[in-house]
Design a protein around this ligand. Structure first.
Ligand code: ZN
Length: 216
């Protein structure tokens, strides 16, 4: 094999693509689903499934419609997202919102880190390069092998909670839950927007990632 062939083979091996057998799964697809980390594709007659895994997360996301051509494949099934780490303790959210109120009128940021070894969550505050009421620049955390960024939260101060173009650009390469908190300090309380960033996509969260929420 030439060096270029070897590079191409390594790239393809890193993101494998497997057809779904007519009935059920295959060892290769099971290995993708059971992996601690990685991603790949399963192709069925009902569509193409991105199977993405992190120690804290399982995502199966349909990324293409059913195949128009007749193929002898089985079904990939429905999209789903599961937190392997479990829901985030309610106190983490309370602490994050309190710290954002304290930072008013400036925007602020906070991170929820999950330790794979002791399965504990911690709230940490990133290094801030610049914070104003309308602009925030902070550095992604440097994490050891057992520590995983689960949730990346930032505030929009007293403004609305939505994902801006800057937020989209920041989040597109990440695998994390992103949370924006706005309307801080308002008598009616804060408002929030959240999404799951995975595979270069922004996916709606099927339910709240926080313990104690009615839909958690
Ligand atoms: Zn933002």
């Amino acid at each position: 094999m030439s060096a270029m062939d070897q590079t191409a083979a390594a790239i393809l091996a890193a993101v494998p693509c497997h057809p779904v057998p007519p009935l059920g799964s295959s060892p290769a697809i099971d290995a993708l689903r059971d992996a601690s980390a990685g991603h790949g594709l399963a192709i069925g007659r009902d569509g193409v499934m991105l199977i993405l895994r992190r120690p804290w997360l399982e995502v199966d996301a349909l990324i293409a419609p059913p195949l128009a051509a007749h193929v002898p494949y089985g079904d990939v099934g429905g999209s789903r997202a599961t937190l392997r780490c479990g829901v985030i303790p309610r106190e983490c959210l309370d602490w994050i919102v309190a710290s954002f109120v304290e930072a008013l009128p400036d925007e602020a940021a906070a991170l929820v880190i999950w330790n794979e070894r002791d399965r504990r969550f911690t709230v940490e505050f990133p290094e801030i390069d610049e914070a104003t009421p309308s602009r925030l620049v902070y550095r992604p955390p440097v994490l050891g092998p057992d520590r995983h960024l689960v949730l990346d939260a930032h505030s929009h101060g007293r403004g609305a909670a939505f994902f801006s173009g800057t937020d989209d650009a920041d989040d597109v390469h990440a695998t994390k839950i992103a949370l924006v908190v706005g309307r801080l300090g308002h008598p009616d309380g804060p408002v929030m927007a959240s999404r799951l960033c995975a595979g270069g996509m922004f996916l709606p969260l099927p339910r709240s990632p926080f313990a104690g929420d009615p839909d958690a």
